[in-house]
Structures are given as structure tokens and as C-alpha cells.
Design a protein around this ligand. Sequence first.
Ligand code: FES
Length: 183
Amino acid sequence: MANTAHAHAAAAQGETRRDFLLHSTIAVGAVGGAMMVWPLIHSMNPAADTLSLSTTEFSVAGIAEGSGITVVWRGKPVFVRHRTAAEIETAKKDDTADLRDPQTDAVRAQKPDFLILVGICTHLGCIPLGMKATEPRGDFGGWFCPCHGSHYDTSGRIRRGPAPANLEVPPYTFLSDTTVRIG
Ligand code: FES
């Protein structure tokens, strides 16, 4: 029984990772000008392989409000969402909610418009859904991990389900108004 459950979880995780690759490809194709992301990453990391493994640079200029892109940092998916005013307002309002992993939105987003998160569920490592408008975003409007039903809010905080912690905020710096370096 345990083996079956484990196999199921592994299959679900594998499915989700494949989905991530597929979704990443779609996202890069769908966001206007997003094909610029990859050339930008490579051109801005002239120290090549070593640096590109530890840092990722990209532009948020082409991300429409309400949508997002997924970039890769150290082999991990990183969600970059351009939040709407309503999403930001909800996130700030819920600073005082009963949070499992209490953090204010201000701590999690250097610029409220752009939320940057490692896109790996803190339960068992699936890739949550919600980067595409057609995907479920859970009961709190952020992300939903279908593997075991974890719901994250518009600040990426865990609000329901088995995940123990918020989606991780990676170390990042705004090099300009639109250029971000992760790592
Ligand atoms: S991996 Fe279990 S809920 Fe996300």
C-alpha cells in the first residue's frame, strides 16, 4: 500500500515536472517578447557556465499585469508574477490572517507589483499550478498544488493543505526598474 502510494506520488511528481517543462515552453512562447528571456540570460552572463548556474537574469518588462513567466534558476523553476492591484491588496490584507508560516507580503515582495518565488511545493516538491490563467489557482487565488491539495495565496503563502511552509522567495536584486538577477 505504501509502495503504491509512493509510486503514485512519484508518478504525479513526474507528471508535474513534465508539465512544468511543457508549461515553461508554452509560457515562453505565449508572453510577448518572452523569447528574449533566454538570450538575455545568456548574454548577461558572459562568465558562461559557472555563473549561469548560480545566477539568472531576466527582464520583467514584457510581463503583462495579471500574468507571469517561469524562469530557471539553479535548475529550479522560479515563478515571476506581475500581480494585479487586487492581488496585492488581498495579499496585504491577509498579513493578519491566521497564517501557518507567518510572513508579511512586504517581506516577500521587494516591489509589490512583482512576486518572485521558487515554484516548488514545500510539501513534497511538485510544481504548483497557477502560472497560466487557465490553470487552477486554489482557494486563495495564488497557486494550487494538485499532488496533495496545497493552496497558496497571492503572496505565495501556504493557506490550506499539507505543505508546511510558504513558497520560497529566492535571493534576488532589481538591477534596474525591469532587470532582475536571482542568486
Ligand atoms: S507536493 Fe504534496 S501538496 Fe504539493
